[in-house]
Structure formats: C-alpha cells, structure tokens
Design a binder for this molecule. Structure first.
Ligand SMILES: [Zn+2]
Length: 99
C-alpha cells in the first residue's frame, strides 16, 4: 500500500484535525522543530509560511506510516518541511523502495 493510499484512507480526517491543532499549538507556544539540534535544526517554525516553503510547518509521525505507524493514534511532532523530508530520506526511503 502506498503512503498516498494510506493518507486518503481511514483516519485521514482525524489526522488533519490533529495536525491543525498541533499547528495552532506550535504558533501559540513557539514550539521548535522536532528535528533537534543533534541534526542541525531545533529551530522555531513560522506557521504563517506557505505550505510549500522549505521552512513551513509539517506534522510528523514519530513512527512513519510507511513503517507501520498509526496515522491517528501517535502524537505528532512539529517539523519544518525540509527537516521532515531529510528525516524521511534517512529513515523511510528504503522501505518505500522495497515495496
Ligand atoms: Zn527544522
């Protein structure tokens, strides 16, 4: 099953609600990027940026969906788009490649 199918499937609306709530919390509490200083980030996230901006807000699953993570039950972490991508490249790509 591709990640696209999973995102459009069961739990998708609940996920979007959670992601929206996290975005509000990120803006209100100035939460920083979950890609911590160990990885060269941990910087604040500007939630007003266009979603395609590399520094825009994204809601990350600690356990990637493609790695068996639950779409809705996990606590999401705020990530920059570019950091989420870097993390995915490191952790998930080989699983995508294997399917
Ligand atoms: Zn970041």
């Amino acid at each position: 099953m591709s990640s696209q199918q999973i995102r459009n499937g069961k739990g998708h609306r609940a996920y979007k609600r959670k992601a929206a709530a996290l975005k509000r919390r990120t803006a209100r509490d100035n939460l920083s990027c979950g890609y911590g200083s160990d990885f060269g980030c941990g910087e604040p996230i500007d939630t007003t940026l266009h979603y395609q901006d590399p520094m825009a807000f994204t809601a990350d699953h600690p356990v990637a969906i493609t790695n068996g993570g639950d779409l809705v039950k996990q606590d999401l972490h705020p990530f920059h788009r570019k950091c989420n991508r870097q993390k995915s490249d490191a952790a998930v790509v080989e699983i995508w490649g294997a399917t």
